[in-house]
Design a protein around this ligand. Structure first.
Ligand code: DC
Length: 221
């Protein structure tokens, strides 16, 4: 039996995870949030007191990192060295650390091989930055989501507040998003790019429900 992959790429806050989750639930396939893996690497660096730009220290750290992904009732859990860090990786600060370490080729190689291993023998939808370009270049469907930076910051702030981060401001979130946009799109190793065969959807002024409908209609066509 042939299995298929669906790639959802785009910058942070473009709606990737909500949409990929929605598509996965509709089609009854596995959803894999690849950003969570880079977040776990970034969190480990922060916890170890490592400078997230220090390639030598991060490479050393990656020697004995253990990242596991499990799914319970459709929710993804991320385990770092035996500890469930699913909540911790969403806290402010971790996103920039994740972006920093994700620019390092040895971090990417380890995570990409884990993503392919988890996807083996399954139909799966993955969201990230390099799914259509690198992880699964032969994915059956490829989507590239974009949205205005201010709108993305607004969404991210609402999400953070919902998760209990009350002291974070709009300006901080916008700064974080602009920093990552720049770094994720200009790094040498698998930068964020829209591949030629991806369908681009601008989610700035359409609702999640509307975008989900659009994705599903492409898939059903
Ligand atoms: O999707 P996210 O915001 O949780 O991702 C956190 C960081 O991880 C993001 O700034 C860049 C990096 N990332 C990546 O380089 N490649 C992926 N496939 C997913 C995330």
């Amino acid at each position: 039996m042939e299995y298929y992959q669906i790639a959802v790429d785009g910058p942070s806050g473009s709606g990737k995870s909500t949409l990929a989750k929605g598509v996965a639930a509709k089609l009854g396939i596995l959803y894999l949030d690849t950003g969570a893996m880079y977040r776990a690497c970034g969190l480990k660096a922060m916890k170890s007191g490592i400078d997230t730009k220090d390639q030598v220290a991060v490479e050393q750290m990656m020697q004995d990192i253990k990242i596991d992904i499990t799914h319970e009732n459709g929710e993804q859990h991320v385990w770092l060295d035996g500890e469930d860090v699913s909540k911790e990786i969403r806290m402010p600060g971790v996103s920039v650390a994740a972006s920093d370490v994700s620019a390092m080729p040895f971090v990417r190689e380890a995570m990409v091989s884990l993503q392919r291993k988890i996807s083996e023998g399954k139909n799966v939808i993955l969201d990230g930055r390099d799914i259509g370009s690198k992880v699964f270049p032969n994915a059956k469907y490829k989507f590239f989501l974009v949205a205005d930076a201010k709108e993305r910051a607004k969404r991210r702030l609402a999400e953070l507040k919902e998760k209990g981060a009350t002291d974070v401001t709009f300006e901080e979130v916008l700064h974080d998003i602009e920093y990552r946009d720049q770094q994720d799109a200009t790094r040498a190793a698998s930068p964020l790019v829209k591949v030629e065969d991806a369908i681009e959807i601008d989610t700035t002024s359409i609702s999640i429900e509307g975008t989900l409908e659009a994705l599903l209609s492409y898939i059903h066509e």
